[in-house]
Design a protein around this ligand. Structure first.
Ligand SMILES: CC(C)(COP(=O)(O)OP(=O)(O)OC[C@H]1O[C@@H](n2cnc3c(N)ncnc32)[C@H](O)[C@@H]1OP(=O)(O)O)[C@@H](O)C(=O)NCCC(=O)NCCS
Length: 173
């Protein structure tokens, strides 16, 4: 699986030693308030870990651990899953709230989208968020995704954004 690098971040595969920091992020109710599955405990995260680690081999893409270069700390995750059991590929991101609003999700997302279009062979990538999740929608807009529809995924009403390979390259080269 490929590591990605941005100006301030390393995006690398997850390791078991990441579980404590992940549990800090996914156990926080403010961070998870717009995520339909809600908070997760460390043992829930650990139980789901092997399947997540296999995704890159199985699908050719997955979620990367987001490491701040300066501190070497895991500050979140960013990458792809299949949208609620459909064949569509969804961009997703979750950050430790101590790092919100500094452009990290946008920076990581652009690197992930580039990987998706240039290396994983994708032609279109979507993203969804609960309508109240303004920060997430701002990230979608800043990376160049456009609103397509109101939709219903993960048993939740969501806004649905998308970007094509051509649109991505027209914006980001
Ligand atoms: C969504 C999330 C990953 C964004 O990460 P981030 O690194 O803070 O994102 P960025 O800094 O790149 O961009 C955030 C943008 O939202 C804006 N924003 C944040 N909260 C806002 C609010 N309440 N109202 C309006 N704008 C808001 C920021 O100002 C920024 O926009 P700007 O650059 O135009 O000023 C982060 O908020 C998070 O982890 N949230 C909890 C998990 C989550 O909801 N994930 C998405 C599920 S769909």
């Amino acid at each position: 699986m490929q590591e990605l690098e941005t100006k301030r971040l390393w995006l690398r595969p997850f390791r078991y030693e990441d579980l404590d920091r992940l549990a800090e992020i996914f156990g926080d109710s403010e961070t998870m308030q717009y995520i339909s599955s809600g908070t997760k405990t460390r043992s829930q995260l650990e139980a789901g870990f092997p399947a997540k680690l296999e995704r890159f081999d199985r699908w050719g893409f997955g979620m990367w651990a987001m490491i701040e270069k300066e501190s070497q700390i895991l500050i979140g995750r960013c990458g792809f899953i299949y949208l609620d059991g459909t064949p569509e590929v969804e961009l997703g991101y979750t950050l430790n709230k101590a790092y919100w609003n500094r452009g990290f999700a946008t920076e990581a997302s652009i690197a992930c989208l580039r990987f998706g279009f240039e290396q994983a062979g994708l032609d279109r990538i979507v993203a969804i968020a609960q309508p109240e999740n303004i920060a997430s929608q701002r990230v979608m807009q800043k990376v160049g995704m456009t609103f397509e529809k109101n939709a219903h995924y993960y048993k939740t009403d969501v806004v649905y954004y998308a970007i094509s390979k051509n649109e991505f390259h027209a914006l980001h080269g």
